[in-house]
Design a protein around this ligand. Structure first.
Ligand code: G3I
Length: 465
């Protein structure tokens, strides 16, 4: 069947009511895209000379759907918890690498580089460290670094050597290291790390230092003085635990000024939290924010990569620390890609070619529609939608709907019957492909026109007859 979407046609009222009812009871559960051709964030980042990674923690390594994404989508892993002092040296001089090793081995098995996190931090310290006499703490700190960075020599590419040493006003945090060793403890930590692993890139890492302000100024002064004194430092980590709509306007400028000092910059713990629940407007803002952060990093040659602080909203630290907030990451709890994922994907140079949405039919059956651009040329494109019956019951008919972007139109549809109302299009099965067995699939194709851009629809709905 062929049709032109410039003309407005009326969708049968009865059908519209039935579909509306179906959508109202439908499950908004998206299935994974069936298209295998799309590059991963890690692959796209490599093409830009960067990495794109995720933090992870040990409990999730047993979760197969989680590790399927972790192992394939990212080319860098940060050890989220189990390289911290509390886990690695729970008793003085007794080192336990068993938990952290599991993450490092996972990364190695999936060709992912590892960021070590973290050698010296005031938090997640075992109690005994606080009780070390002042005169012994420098030696204890050096021993810890020598052991841990030495053990992971050649396996950890970037180390967060010292984490979160400044207060918001730029003064030193009064940690046990600051109080018992004094201002020089940071330099001593970096020297010990260099001695233990001369090839690892050594970073100072902190939060609320993404924009220019008193805290990032203090970090700037630290790096500058290290450079002047020849104290080894290779980079700064901007954690980037951000709030929806509040990406600092000076982010790129700030990254650039550290690069100009002669150090690398990494976005080390990115998440962008919102008041929950999510909605379309918040998702759109979050996508904008993720795009802004990614673009800021890409704009500065020495910004080497971005790491999200875990990738799925189901495995984020945010809800337990900020009640009523969350949804801060790029995959939802069910490992579906969010608009924030696609914003990063496109910022890294990817072209989105598929959208998959699942809805459930009135009779308990359901179908999935996967929209895919199969070819594109100047002003035109060809696409295909696969309709899959994802229930255990056969279906006898289906309808797929989406909204065309401005400048897009459909010129021809085959293996389906097109109805259009302005930019809203609806394709019903042809009389020979409405029946789909449980677990089976069918497809229809189309040729269309575009002007300006040819985005895939944000949502495609599939309803059963
Ligand atoms: O392992 C215990 C478990 O045995 C116990 O049952 C459970 C009960 O609460 O606690 C578990 O420990 C928790 C640990 O994470 C592992 O899940 C701690 O309570 C919890 O405080 C700890 O939180 C971590 C937090 O650092 C500690 O400050 C988060 O997972 C971790 O994501 C977070 O990461 C930090 C970075 O290291 C530095 N930058 C900020 C970032 C977010 O806070």
């Amino acid at each position: 069947m062929s049709a032109r979407v410039g003309r407005t046609r009326r969708v049968l009222a009865a059908t519209a009511v039935a579909v509306a009812g179906t959508l109202a009871v439908g499950l908004a559960v998206a299935a994974p895209s069936s298209a295998a051709a799309e590059p991963t964030l890690g692959q796209l980042a490599v093409a830009k000379g960067r990495y794109f990674g995720s933090a992870t923690d040990n409990p999730t390594l047993d979760n197969a759907p989680y590790t399927a994404v972790l192992g394939s989508e990212f080319n860098q892993i940060t050890v989220g918890n189990t390289q911290k002092w509390q886990y690695i040296e729970p008793n003085r001089g007794r080192f336990d690498y068993s938990q952290a090793d599991k993450i490092v081995e996972f990364a190695q098995a999936h060709n992912q580089i590892v960021r070590g996190h973290t050698l010296v931090w005031h938090n997640q310290l075992p109690g005994w460290v606080n009780d070390v006499p002042a005169g012994e703490l420098l030696g204890v700190m050096r021993d810890h670094i020598a052991n841990v960075a030495g053990y992971y020599k050649g396996k950890v590419v970037h180390w967060d050597v010292v984490n979160e040493a400044f207060e918001e006003n730029g003064t030193r945090r009064q940690s046990v290291f600051q109080q018992k060793i004094g201002d020089g403890y940071i330099a001593e930590a970096f020297k010990a790390a260099r001695a233990a692993d001369p090839n690892a890139k050594l970073y100072y890492n902190d939060y609320n230092v993404e924009g220019i302000g008193p805290k990032s100024d203090a970090m700037y002064d630290l790096v500058k003085s290290f450079k002047q004194q020849g104290i080894p430092i290779d980079g700064v980590g901007l954690q980037a635990h951000l709030i929806l709509g509040q990406v600092p306007s000076t982010l790129q400028q700030n990254i650039q000024r550290f690069a100009d000092l002669g150090v690398d910059v990494a976005i080390t713990e990115l998440d962008i939290r919102m008041r929950t629940p999510r909605d379309a407007a918040k998702d759109a803002q979050q996508a904008t924010d993720y795009r802004t952060v990614t673009n800021a990093c890409l704009a500065v040659t020495r910004c080497v990569g971005i790491t999200v602080w875990d990738f799925s909203d189901g495995y984020s630290w945010i809800p337990s620390v900020f009640p009523g907030e969350g949804a801060a990451l790029i995959y939802d709890e069910n490992f579906n890609k969010k608009p924030s994922y696609w914003a990063v994907y496109e910022a890294l140079g990817g072209t989105k070619t598929t959208t998959t949405t699942t809805t459930t039919g009135n009779n308990g059956t359901g179908c999935t529609a996967t929209y895919r651009v199969t070819g594109q040329w100047n002003g035109g494109f060809q696409g295909e939608v696969t309709v899959r019956n994802n229930s255990s019951t056969a279906i006898s008919g289906w309808t797929v709907k989406w909204t065309l972007a401005t400048g897009q139109s459909l010129n021809q549809v085959w293996n389906g019957t097109l109805t259009a109302n302005g930019q809203d299009v609806s394709v019903r099965n042809a009389n020979y492909n409405g029946s789909v067995a449980a677990g089976g699939s069918t497809s229809f194709g189309f040729v269309g026109s575009w002007a300006g851009a040819n985005p895939v629809p944000a949502a495609v709905t599939c309803t059963t007859a």
